[in-house]
Write a protein that binds this ligand. Sequence first.
Ligand code: FEO
Length: 171
Amino acid sequence: MISEKMVNALNEQINKEIYSAYLYMSMSAYSTFIGLKGFANWFMVQYQEEMTHAMKIYDYVNDQGTQVKLMAISQPPTDFESPLDMFEKTLDHEKFVTKSINGLVDLAIEEKDHATNIFLQWFVTEQIEEEGNDNDIIAKLKLVGSEGNGLFILDKELAQRVFTPPAQTTE
Ligand code: FEO
């Protein structure tokens, strides 16, 4: 049996995941505007991933026989100093999400809510991968700098990213 407190916290997490999608969509738009189509592709794939994260929680809340309650989505930043600035902000945001997921796990443990705890483990693992990806790209950006050939090559690399829907974990 899932508590009202847990459902409220999961509804807040849906909002955070949709905000994440919105943030990365904004970064994709900015990347397109400054001529970095590969970066734009990477962030648009990230946007899609974040929407699947939101929908995983959405489905879980429904499966528990409880109500999804959507909230207002904050406006994301629209301008960035450089590609490095975008990825540093991405990493900062993912650290915030990781903390939020950890808080949900703490609550599930506190409430002896084993089902929600198990459900959340997928997100714990996913956050390791997300932060890892960001760290990797930040390291490359620091190597190549914010302009010239290196950035052009990195843009081509990021153009290769393809969205792969995550496997179902709730059924
Ligand atoms: Fe849904 Fe990027 O964490």
